[in-house]
Design a protein around this ligand. Structure first.
Ligand SMILES: [Cu+2]
Length: 353
């Protein structure tokens, strides 16, 4: 019995030795190679030592951020002559990262435009770039086939529209493929105040957007769009007003208990913004800018891609209050800032504890 078992084992061993060789792909993978596959291990050192400190937070006397978020008042006239030049430019999108962008006016986002309900926008678009571009104003009600047309290099386009509906509107290049033109930086915000003015507040505009980077910089050090990453919706940076974490390193100084009005326009091109102020509860949220039925007493509200909502909040005591998209992969990638409540209380009766 023992002998027959030994003989069977020998036969099995011989059979194994004669077995066909494994496929070449497997043969070339040594055990050492298998264990040296790089792992994406996050750095567990927090950039800042407070809740939601997803980026380093600036201390001491605050310097202005590279891009001011404060909303300038609308000009008094009822007709706004706006001329935007489309040009390709190098912009800084994160510390040490320069991007070969397509722009309205040389910046990403383009200029924040501000008018009142019923005002006329008299618009001239000039193409100073070397490929066709166009303009789509979400605040306008006009025929895209007439006005949102491609403008050739060196050419221009002029049209007018009435900003009939109040809100926080996106504008963007609508030339196909639109995702490419938006991801390269061709967007901005147009704020339309209602004809009955909103209550006085400190007002700020944030345009959220994404950048998808080529793995290696060009010879001049700039990175540019990685189209496959865009299609896979895997951005490298998600930013407010064109630069990762700029309002964390340069907090926005406000006063305790003053009414803050935050306009959040989500340019995308892909990611929903789940906007939230840490340590605050929104008094009112005008969803997608609608005046009807504002949300009252809410914590987090989604802003769809291509939409813009208006958030009102008061910070109840001095301190640093991060604002984020609560989709935290996106906050980690740069969509975080800080509102710093400092100085005298905006009104008596502030909570003390
Ligand atoms: Cu374009």
């Amino acid at each position: 019995m023992a002998r027959s078992l030994a003989a069977a084992a020998t036969l099995l061993l011989l059979a194994a030795c004669r077995a066909p060789a494994p496929p070449p792909a497997r043969q070339t993978q040594s055990p050492k190679a298998a264990v040296t596959i790089p792992q994406e291990v996050p750095d567990l050192t927090p950039p800042a030592d407070i809740s939601h400190g997803e980026a380093p937070i600036g201390g001491g006397k605050a310097e202005p951020a590279p891009r001011l978020a404060r909303l300038e008042p609308a000009e008094r006239g009822r007709v706004h002559h706006i001329r935007l030049e489309m040009k390709h430019a190098t912009v800084t999108i994160a510390p040490g990262v320069t991007y070969a962008a397509w722009t309205f006016g040389g910046t990403v986002p383009g200029p924040i435009l501000h008018v009142r309900q019923g005002d006329t926008v008299d618009f001239t678009l000039v193409n100073a770039a070397n490929i066709p571009h166009s303009m789509d104003f979400h605040a306008a009600e006009i025929a895209p086939s007439k006005y949102y047309v491609n403008v050739l290099p060196g050419d221009s386009l002029h049209y007018r529209f009435v900003a009939r509906v109040p809100g926080a509107f996106m504008y963007h290049c609508g030339t196909a493929p639109v995702a490419m033109h938006i991801a390269n930086g061709m967007y901005g915000a147009l704020i339309v105040d209602p004809s009955t003015p909103r209550p006085k507040a400190a007002e700020y505009v944030f345009v959220q957007s994404e950048f998808y980077l080529t793995p290696k910089p060009a010879a001049d050090g700039t990175v540019s769009l990685d189209w496959q990453k865009l299609l896979g919706q895997a951005p490298d940076h998600i930013v407010f007003n064109g630069m990762a974490g700029q309002y964390a390193t340069h907090p926005i100084e406000v006063r305790p208990n003053e009414l803050l009005r935050l306009y959040l326009v989500n340019a995308g091109p892909n990611r929903i913004s789940s906007f939230h102020v840490v340590g605050g509860i929104f008094e009112r949220v005008y969803q997608d800018g609608s005046q009807a039925n504002p949300l009252i007493g809410v914590q987090t509200v989604n802003v769809p891609v291509g939409g813009g909502s208006i958030f009102e909040v008061r910070l109840r005591e001095p301190g640093d209050y991060p604002f984020v998209t609560h989709a935290f992969a996106d906050a980690t990638k740069g969509a975080v800032g800080v509102l710093r409540a400092l100085g005298p209380d905006a009104h008596a009766g502030a909570t003390e504890h």
